[in-house]
Design a protein around this ligand. Sequence first.
Ligand SMILES: Cc1cc2nc3c(=O)[nH]c(=O)nc-3n(C[C@H](O)[C@H](O)[C@H](O)COP(=O)(O)OP(=O)(O)OC[C@H]3O[C@@H](n4cnc5c(N)ncnc54)[C@H](O)[C@@H]3O)c2cc1C
Length: 219
Amino acid sequence: MYDFEYHKPTALADATKALGGTDAKALAGGMTFIPVLKQRLAQPSAVVDLSGLGLTGISLEGNSLVIKAMTTHREVATSPVVAKAIPALAHLAGHIGDRQVRYRGTIGGSLANNDPSACYPSAVLALGATIKTTKRSLKADEFFQGMFTTALEPDELITEISFPIPAKAAYEKFPNPASRYATVGGRRRHVQTLHPPRHPQRHQLIARLAGQPPQPLIL
Ligand SMILES: Cc1cc2nc3c(=O)[nH]c(=O)nc-3n(C[C@H](O)[C@H](O)[C@H](O)COP(=O)(O)OP(=O)(O)OC[C@H]3O[C@@H](n4cnc5c(N)ncnc54)[C@H](O)[C@@H]3O)c2cc1C
């Protein structure tokens, strides 16, 4: 690990200030970022720990489920609010990685990282969620720009994700046996129940994904 300054702000304005104008990086659950630092694959001048900002919590706002960025996968997986509003999202979170990863990893970190094998990006895209940041609100298809690439600016932080509650949704993945990351993942949303589309068989899903770029997309 290279040397860096460590900041733990308690206000969003201080966090974005610490990130601005330098090559500082945000730290959420550290599940991806800490190994990157340990392997000297990044050399930020400062690390801005987001854990003091109070960015955790799950709530219902009108017909939307709102999850704050620092909410862990375990909190999503075990939340009665999520289980009632979008059970498929609780199922998804409960099958991310292992127990340690679910206790530390956050929804904001997962989306900011935009790993093509991660589970949340496909959910955010398929459910038509909105990603709220310190600067703006972005629809999922504006947010994801390619493998490990998003519309986030260096000093911009995800603060919360708002999911419109669907009539039905489901998420399935072929997990890598070691990490549980998705080799292929698919999410289906039913916005109306009148003529629900059939769930595609797994081989149909694979066939449709063949040759597609490794990033979340709507088929
Ligand atoms: C062994 C293992 C297995 C895993 N299995 C799965 C799996 O099955 N499915 C899956 O989906 N994921 C999986 N993951 C990923 C994991 O769930 C985390 O979501 C992911 O590592 C990043 O989340 P984090 O909170 O740890 O973020 P960090 O590692 O702290 O940060 C990741 C990146 O996001 C940036 N960032 C973090 N928070 C914000 C924010 N609020 N605003 C802007 N930028 C931010 C950081 O600067 C950094 O660049 C696995 C990880 C490991 C280590």
